[in-house]
Design a protein around this ligand. Structure first.
Ligand SMILES: [Zn+2]
Length: 440
């Protein structure tokens, strides 16, 4: 390990001193290491007996990362690497000088690392987290992909299913140790099965297994997949164990208005379409007005979707409140995707925890959500396929079916079929669905 510093490409001064325990030499032990693999990064979490200060060095030839932990010792052995993903080859440890524990991550390729510490929560104590991203990754959104997704070729309803929490974030924990992240993924997977079996729908899983996805990245994934609705699934806790029942949330007005400035300030966002309109070439005021219009409509659609889901949940179990609730949850802040957050039950309530542990019940919950989504789209068939998909056209004075068909490259018969028209007569102000041909 000696001389390693001379290979140092870049030293990141992430020396973090937390609390007074650090001065007590060798007082901190590294007790355990967990590795979470997400599609865009690998996360290593070191469990510590207390707060620790650390330095991170990046070395090349061969590529490796060195973590020096001051005043720390290792308890037990580091896990051997079998299926460690695209970045990690192996993990070693050493003692370069007295009072310093050195952890070396041998890499398969250069990475962009990020380290931070986490303070104790209900499940874990002090932790040191190291995330390994691909070098070209940006933030937590993975490799930079600014090319717009291919236009949707059909009016299939895309349902983004977001299993809350994941990885190091276990969410709430029930009295019997049930972790919310496992329940949410299981309900999400059941919902995915139902959605994918429906020929009119397609599911997009925001998280596919046990890893963490940041809240903003959850929104970004739904947008990238041009989701028509976004369903976030949770099972949270409440200090009072007697509190029980399902609830469904939509975004609050305050949450919506506080989002506008943030969204518009990010120039990358405005390159996207908002409800089929690009904000890039609009001046600030107009962009704000268009954004507000889109968000207002999205929140009102979200409230209806939330009520449909809540009504279906009411058929299979107890409701916490009969009415949809509103809050400023980040995952609900897509400006143009109706989004709801379903609190399936309170994991803190012993009888609901028991229910959540039953696969049969999780299936019933998933089915209720699915029925709610179906009900919403029966109500609003035109809500499907925003943007490049089917469009809505408002008939103007002097329009004819054949002129509209010619304009959109479709046939009069097809126009009549998708709009359930019997004759050729259309009237001014009438809304028509303009289909996008499957063949493109
Ligand atoms: Zn939750």
């Amino acid at each position: 390990m000696r001389g390693a510093m001379s290979f140092c490409r870049r030293m990141m001064c992430v020396s973090l001193l937390l609390g007074a325990g650090v001065s007590d030499a060798a007082a901190v032990t590294v007790q355990n290491l967990r590795i979470w693999r997400a599609p865009d990064h690998t996360r290593l979490v070191f469990d510590l007996s207390g707060p620790v200060s650390h330095q991170l060095f990046e070395l090349s030839n061969p590529d490796r990362l060195v973590l020096d932990l001051d005043g720390a010792t290792l308890r037990g052995k580091l896990p051997s690497m079998d299926d460690s993903g695209p970045y990690l080859r192996q993990i070693r440890s050493g003692v370069p000088k007295q009072g310093v524990l050195r952890i070396v991550l041998d890499l398969k390729q250069p990475v962009r690392p990020r380290t931070f510490v986490l303070t104790p929560n209900r499940i874990y104590g002090h932790r040191l987290v190291t995330d390994l991203y691909a070098p070209d990754a940006e933030g937590e959104v993975g490799p930079v992909d600014r090319t717009p997704p291919p236009p949707k070729r059909s009016s299939i309803i895309v349902v983004a299913i977001d299993a809350g929490h994941g990885g190091e974030d276990a969410g709430a924990v029930g009295r019997r140790g049930t972790q919310e992240k496992r329940i949410t993924l299981s309900v999400a997977t059941e919902l995915q099965r139902l959605v994918d079996r429906d020929p009119a729908m397609r599911a997009v899983m925001i998280r596919k297994s046990d890893y963490y996805v940041s809240l903003r990245h959850r929104i970004a994934l739904a947008r990238r997949h041009q989701a028509d609705v976004f369903i976030s699934i949770h099972a949270d806790a409440f200090p009072k164990r007697s509190v029980q029942g399902s609830s469904v949330y939509a975004l609050s007005q305050r949450g919506a208005s506080s989002e506008a400035a943030r969204w518009l300030a990010d120039k990358e966002n405005t390159a996207d379409l908002i409800g089929g309109v690009s904000l890039r070439d609009k001046d600030d005021l107009l962009a704000k007005v268009l954004w507000d219009l889109s968000m207002t409509k999205t929140v009102s659609d979200s409230l209806i979707l939330a009520q449909d889901v809540l009504d279906e949940l009411g058929k299979i179990g107890r409701l916490h409140r009969k009415r949809v609730e509103q809050a400023g949850f980040v995952v609900l802040k897509s400006p143009d995707i109706p989004s709801v957050l379903v609190e399936t039950a309170f994991i803190s309530n012993p009888s609901e925890e028991r229910l959540l542990r039953s696969r049969k019940h999780r299936r019933r919950v998933a089915n209720a959500i699915y029925q709610g989504v179906k009900r919403y789209f029966r109500r609003f068939p035109s809500r499907v396929a925003r943007g490049a998909g089917d469009n809505e056209y408002v008939v103007k004075d002097g329009d004819s079916l054949s002129a509209i068909a010619a304009k959109y490259g479709t046939s009069v018969n097809r126009l009549k079929r998708v709009n359930n028209l019997n004759g050729d007569v259309i009237r001014q102000g009438q809304k028509l669905r303009i289909p996008v041909d499957e063949e493109g």
